[in-house]
Ligand binder design. Structure first.
Ligand code: ADP
Ligand code: ADP
Length: 211
């Protein structure tokens, strides 16, 4: 199973990916997580990406495309993968298509998690994660348990200002990839408003209906 999760920042892509990968036995590939790891390690890619990420801008296509193509060629992706946060531009979608075609592989589904803009800032500014497990929490909707509350961290780009910039990028650059996948007949729309459990059920129901 090869799948993509698309949606505005804070739509719940990471939250849903963590719940779905076990069901489908596939690898979770989050370009945001990979880029943050590169920044933390101070690699050449990390040094190039850092400023774009802090400002809520997209990291240039050529850097992200090369990173993803290398990643999906690894052995843990032979069974499939769930791409979270990639593609984010038309050029990325086309590059992924070309790469899969070369490998004789196809995409099974592109899941679009829909959440209205007015809910996004609250989701983003309340987001925290546990650096030890990577588990994502929300200070209001999914608060961390007391024993780990002291160690949860906030991403440096989860400010209201960077969130607004990311939302603009989403509407300007990422939303236009939706018709690209709709035309291929593999787009699955899922309402992202409701509890994480409800959203997971909606996605699974939609995916099962197409198998
Ligand atoms: P969110 O969880 O808010 O959707 P991500 O963790 O996916 O954000 O991404 C964080 C930042 O990493 C983005 O704002 C962007 O700077 C960069 N990034 C992640 N994926 C991509 C991509 N596919 N193309 C360009 N930049 C990306
Ligand atoms: P994305 O990967 O799309 O940026 P996340 O999965 O990181 O989104 O979720 C963003 C924030 O919203 C996190 O704090 C998460 O706990 C919270 N969240 C995720 N799904 C829901 C939901 N269905 N309802 C309320 N909050 C949610």
């Amino acid at each position: 199973m090869r799948m993509i999760l698309v949606g505005p920042p804070g739509a719940g892509k990471g939250t849903q990916a963590a719940r779905l990968i076990d069901t489908y036995g596939i690898s979770h590939i989050s370009t945001g997580d990979m880029l943050r790891a590169a920044v933390a390690e101070g690699t050449e890619l990390g040094r190039k990406a850092d400023g774009f990420m802090k400002a809520g801008e997209l990291v240039p296509d050529e850097l992200v495309i090369a990173m993803v193509i290398e990643r999906i060629g690894k052995s843990d992706c032979e069974n499939g993968f769930m791409l979270d946060g990639f593609p984010r531009t038309r050029a990325q979608a086309e590059a992924l298509d070309r790469e899969l075609e070369k490998a004789g592989a196809t995409l099974d589904a592109v899941v679009l998690i829909e959440v209205p803009d007015q809910l996004i800032v609250e989701r983003i500014t309340g987001r925290r994660s546990d650096p030890q497990t990577g588990r994502i929490y929300h200070m209001i909707f999914d608060p961390p348990p007391e024993e780990i509350a002291d160690r949860v961290v906030q991403r440096s780009d989860d400010t209201e200002e960077a969130c607004v910039a990311r939302l603009q990028k989403y509407h300007g650059e990422t939303a236009p990839i939706v018709p690209f996948y709709e035309e291929k007949g593999i787009l699955v729309r899922a309402d992202g408003v409701g509890s994480p459990d409800e959203v997971t059920e909606r996605i699974k129901t939609e995916l099962e209906a197409r198998r």
